[in-house]
Design a protein around this ligand. Sequence first.
Ligand code: IMP
Length: 447
Amino acid sequence: MAPKRGTAARPGASGITRTCSHRVDFTNVPGTVIVGAQWGDEGKGKIVDLLAQNSDVVCRYQGGPNAGHTIVVGDDTYKIRALPTGIIRGKPCVIGNGCVVDLEVLISELDAFPDGELYLSGNAHLIMPWHLTIDQASEHRLGKLAIGTTRRGIGPCYADKAMRLGIRVQDILDPKILRQKIEVALAEKNLWLTRVYESEPFDLETVAAQYEGYAQRVRPYVADTSLYVETALREGKNVLFEGAQATLLDLDHGTYPFVTSSNPVAAQAAVGLGIGPKRIDRVLGVSKAYVTRVGEGPFPSEIAGDDQTRMRELGGEYGTVTGRERRCGWLDLVALRYAVRVNGMDELALTKLDVLSHFTELPVCVRYRMRDGSETRDFPAHQSDFHAAAPVYDVLPGWDEPLDGCHSVADLPAAAQSYVEFVERELDVPVSLVGTGAERTSVLSRG
Ligand code: IMP
């Protein structure tokens, strides 16, 4: 699906690149990672969009079109899945080696941003049509145990990468190699598809012809992105590393198996772009002022009853990619504390504070009660403990007034300011940005 576009002109035209009134000065911070601190959908796209105005390059380092970044600019809503969000600001964008690429999706987004400057890693892996089929068929087979994936072929593609059976972006540079790789892959995949999943096999000629066509379109963008990013950093440019998905969906550090198949955590920015870890200067986490989760898996602070529906409606909590209802919960500081730790977070952006305006009381999960009755502030290391963890809440007062007239943090109602300060104290991390609405300008800086 191409980004939804309104009547305004392309990126770079007036109205689209206008700067936000709340500037964040990242002048002296060349390498900044923006990472989701919860289960995704924290509003990272909007924060990247805000910071991109002072950046020279914006890079994706993992994931693929399972991401769905929504940016509202005036009457226009952009929904981007493959390209880095910086494309809306007309910034040079990089898709790193750690990403998986669905060429059909990428091309539809390139068509929507024809002036976009893109550098696509030749080492990124391609999501092939059989990855989508296997993702769907595998979820279907798992039945009640399904992960609830976005069904975009992410897991099967990363699995082939690890199996060394994958097809990479650089393979499209040579039609002979491309055809050969498709042939080798299909020899195995068609067996699986027909015998295990009882699906239709793919025809070599059809797939080869389709990917030859895609290759023509995408070839000009293929680049040595490791060299490009390193050179930009050496030249003192500001580079944003845009995480997709989030900490608790991380393949190693998330709530396995209900996770994605890549590593969204901040350290992956180095691996997924081919730069050294010391190139990361700052880690900015992004969290909602509450929590949402799509897909299956444990969720201690999930709200029971009508407030769940109320929060979903108020926050518009439906998946950008799948349209699925998101499960909603009160802010979970135990999980956030963990995200601070595993990402080495320097600062936090707290988004969608306005959604809480409609609640008179705001429970915040500060500890988990464990099976033996003990309480902990630390995220459980083992799955059975996490499954059994019950939330222990502090209840903070609500503010019952809209936040749309607030132009600075000082304008926020006292209870809203206290809520933000409570989060800061509990996490021992400064909250540097506060989101108060869907618009690009509704981010208040506390810098
Ligand atoms: P996959 O990434 O499609 O394999 O899905 C694995 C898990 O990650 C599922 O629970 C998805 O709902 C979740 N997931 C993947 N991408 C996103 C995202 O961008 N936001 C929220 N959840 C996501």
